[in-house]
Design a binder for this molecule. Structure first.
Ligand code: SF4
Length: 329
């Protein structure tokens, strides 16, 4: 895809739903995409702020190649400014450290060297570095690796459509069901809901995460609205990760999310009919049960897989295949 278009004297960035109209030399809201005259330059292309090998469970993805390693990378910058950001050290950073350059091929070779099954675009918002992520992803696919996208869901429609055939799995935040809440974070709710539905329709494996921030998005009514949206507009087999807040960044005065509230949210997810509800950032037995015979299939503790009873991606008790991607073929 072309990542920008011309409108009068300005270039319009097509990477995210802000669609910034940029004059020459102007930088967008994310601070890292710039109108350089005849193109929009992704200033941190090749310049990483973080590169680690993580268990895929940490993304979190629980129904995508469990117990495999994923080479995880991020840059600086974000198109949101969440006051509770748990990665604010890089997401809100403006200075690009360009001392090191990692080509797409360098990244793919590292993933292969360390026997990762996938590459994850994560830590900060990958949409703002999509030109770099896509170049890596295309090379990764040629090398037999999968690609994972961990995002706030504020992609442009153009980027979402471009992901098909390149990105294999996404974990997308649905932080709230309240438009005013998203306004405070620097975005809008409706485009995110639309993107979630489009990703599902495109056949990209999708899991959804909600960080429950005490006093901000923790009413049972709102949690019910989020779970119902996933159930009714995506489907009952879309995993929902409920994540505990820890005081971070500008929200140091809020308490941690209580275990009691996390348990209530879990119950809401099950009551509305979601088959796969998980609780993250606290100690919790996250077990995937077979939806046909109810046998326990996979159990995790934090990011570790305690057991995985699947046989060739199927339930060992009744042979049903759980939804997701459970073997590499
Ligand atoms: S990525 Fe989003 S915030 Fe950044 S310049 Fe493009 S449209 Fe604006």
């Amino acid at each position: 895809m072309q990542y920008f278009t011309q409108k009068d004297e300005k270039l319009v960035c097509l990477l995210c739903n802000h669609y910034c109209h940029l004059s020459p030399n102007q930088v967008g809201l994310c601070g890292v995409n710039k109108n350089s005259g005849n193109t929009i330059e992704c200033l941190m292309y090749g310049h990483l702020a973080a590169l680690n090998i993580d268990p895929v469970e940490k993304k979190p993805l629980y129904h995508f190649l469990p117990n495999t390693k994923t080479l995880s990378l991020g840059t600086i910058g974000c198109n949101f400014h969440c006051p509770f950001c748990q990665n604010w050290g890089i997401s809100q950073e403006k200075h690009i450290d360009n001392r090191h350059y990692y080509s797409p091929s360098d990244i793919v070779q590292s993933a292969l060297k360390y026997k990762c099954a996938s590459i994850s675009y994560t830590y900060n918002e990958p949409t703002i570095f999509y030109p770099y992520a896509k170049d890596i992803a295309v090379e990764a696919k040629k090398a037999g690796l999968k690609n994972i996208y961990v995002s706030n869901g504020y992609e442009s429609h153009e980027v979402i459509m471009d992901m098909k055939g390149v990105i294999d799995a996404c974990n997308i935040d649905l932080k709230s069901f309240n438009p005013n809440y998203y306004k405070q974070l620097g975005g809008k709710l409706d485009p995110i809901l639309k993107n979630l539905k489009t990703l599902k329709a495109l056949g990209i494996w999708l899991e959804v995460t909600t960080l429950i921030v005490p006093t901000k998005n923790d009413s049972l009514q709102e949690l019910n609205a989020i779970a119902s949206f996933i159930r009714n507009e995506l489907d009952e087999n879309t995993p929902w990760h409920i994540s505990a807040f820890h005081p971070e960044f500008k929200e140091q005065n809020l308490p941690k999310t209580s275990l009691a509230l996390l348990q209530k949210a879990y119950a809401i997810g099950k009551e509305v009919g979601l088959n796969y509800v998980y609780v993250g950032n606290v100690s919790f037995d996250n077990i995937t049960y077979c939806t046909q015979c109810h046998g326990a299939l996979i159990k995790r503790e934090q990011f570790n897989v305690v057991f995985n009873h699947l046989v060739q991606g199927k339930c060992p008790f009744c042979n049903k295949k759980p939804e997701g991607v459970f073997d590499e073929n």
